[in-house]
Design a protein around this ligand. Sequence first.
Ligand code: G1P
Length: 292
Amino acid sequence: MIKPLRKAVLPVAGLGTRFLPATKAMAKEMLPVVDRPLIQYSIDEARAAGIEQFCMITGRGKTALVEYFDRAYELEATLKERGKPEALAALRESSMQPGSIVAVRQQEPLGLGHAIWCARSFIGDDPFAILLPDDIVLSKMPCLQQLAEAYQETGGSVVAVTEVPHEHTNRYGILKVGADDGRMVEVTGLVEKPRPEDAPSNLSIIGRYVLTADVMTHLGRLERGAGNEVQLTDAMAKMIGNGPFHGLRYEGRRFDCGDKIGFLEAQIAFALERPDLGPAVRDFLRTYVGQL
Ligand code: G1P
């Protein structure tokens, strides 16, 4: 029996140094893409994949992120009174089922692996998703739903992967690849941010994972890896051989919103998809392109 996937961990303790000064007094996950904060994209994607329980790994200065999911009664009452149903509906996107979201503090920035390990009590023995909110994916079927289906198919861990230029392998977790049917690849090894000359392939992990709970045992050793941090990739590498482990070439376009260019591109790409904004954005883009 394959255990159902109902839990997700969202690490949100990062400092957002690449977006200073914008992130001086605000969590980077609250930066908006079009009109919704980054975190909302991950939450919606997770809900679409059947996730019901969320654990945010927070840190100092991230209180707004937790408060964002509170109900804003006064604001709701005011909007109702003033007859603003659209604003009210937009506000409700951020409402969560009572008891469905918890926050755990990561007291020290010891790396992504350490952040995930902080969720071990929440996870127990259950399989779980990880969504790194910096990454957002524009796709027909939500990326995590694609992974959830692959998890159902294989009964084991699955990570979302994509080919990157060879010179960029040092920015990602990279797969060593076994059997490959063009969509799903068998993972035979994993390396965190290898130099191009050491990389076993150019297939990189994006910020979407479905993992079985045994990853916590490996994370619990708190061994330091690349950048002297506890790396999730290293713990996942230790799982290989103890159960199915696959990479899924997901359908969709991923934007790295932790990077300024990726963030700007996401604004345009997501705005173009919106019926209320797309035509106007197309018009001004034509004007700009004409001036290049
Ligand atoms: C993290 C992971 C890396 C993964 C990447 C995806 O790196 O450590 O394996 O490929 O996310 O966005 P970071 O971007 O936090 O340096």
